[in-house]
Design a binder for this molecule. Sequence first.
Ligand code: MN
Length: 246
Amino acid sequence: MTALFIADLHLDPGRPQITALFEDYLASDEVRHASALYILGDLVEAWVGDDDDAELPQRIACAIRAVSDAGVPVYFMAGNRDFLLGEAFARRAGMTLLDDGTVHDIHGRPTLLMHGDLLCTDDVAYQAVRRQVRTPQWKAQILSLPLEARRAFAARAREDSRAHTGSTMESIMDVNREAVAAAMRQAHVARLIHGHTHRPAVHAFELDAKAAERIVLGDWYEHGSVLRLTETGAELRELPAGPACA
Ligand code: MN
């Protein structure tokens, strides 16, 4: 059996070819015959609430619902772009919400699943903002605003994020090795899968004198990216996108 993992699709009406790629992939035999599909955050570029009546969330719900209706469990963990995605949308899409830091048994191996932003502890400014916006009070306050106000707020947040990313050193925006080790020790796992950094790779290393593995998922900016995990190994694969004007 093959478990599939994707993250950092950043689906956005401005990149329709990537949305089409996502829909095509979810309709593919590979997905329909998988043991599970995990979406580890930043499925969309911005999420303003489950009551959003725009076309994109509707298309996403239909595409994911078809996978779960076909009998493949779909799991979703929020990223920093879509942490306002809640139970209402998850039910509509037929997917199960996972907390950041959930451990799932995958082919007999306990595996820690994270979006990845919590591991970037060197980015102190980001972590401070993250703590602020993840409180139930802040989320409730934002979600009580009219949709238009939330859309404007999301656009501003994206500008801020771009400015921060542009002015912060690459190394600061990668994961911190000690944070990785601490998270894996606390979860009692030898395998971690995360996204967020957009640096797809399989890192083999030693954790407390035992073999350990950290698998980083790729983003979907230029093409798709998927991790196929079987009993025998991990394979990161690119999915070619169609032409922009297909
Ligand atoms: Mn992210």
